[in-house]
Design a protein around this ligand. Structure first.
Ligand code: ZN
Ligand code: ZN
Length: 95
């Protein structure tokens, strides 16, 4: 099974705090959905991935969080779930 993003699949809400002010961020959606496939932002992100720390970013789904306090968007890397994590979640949900 592939890894899946719990936020994209509606299993979890995006719950992250603003890195600047710690205000809870609103979920603005998935980064690539938001900007589209042909946006220059895609190239920036791709070059970041190849020049930076690709291992640390594997199985991460990039989301946009909006901070109403700062009026700023922040890119959030949501950790994707593997089969075991999903299984544990399903078990916990059925109790
Ligand atoms: Zn996602
Ligand atoms: Zn903020």
């Amino acid at each position: 099974m592939d890894h899946l993003c719990p936020v994209c699949n509606g299993l979890l809400d995006l719950r992250e705090a603003c890195p600047l002010c710690s205000h809870p961020l609103d979920d603005s959606g998935r980064l690539y959905d938001y900007y589209g496939d042909y946006s220059p932002y895609r190239e920036i992100e791709d070059s970041k991935l190849s020049n930076g720390v690709p291992d640390a970013l594997q199985h991460r789904c990039l989301h946009l969080g909006w901070c109403p306090n700062c009026s700023e968007e922040h890119i959030l890397a949501v950790e994707e779930w593997d089969e075991n994590t999903l299984f544990r979640y399903m078990q916990a949900a059925s109790d």
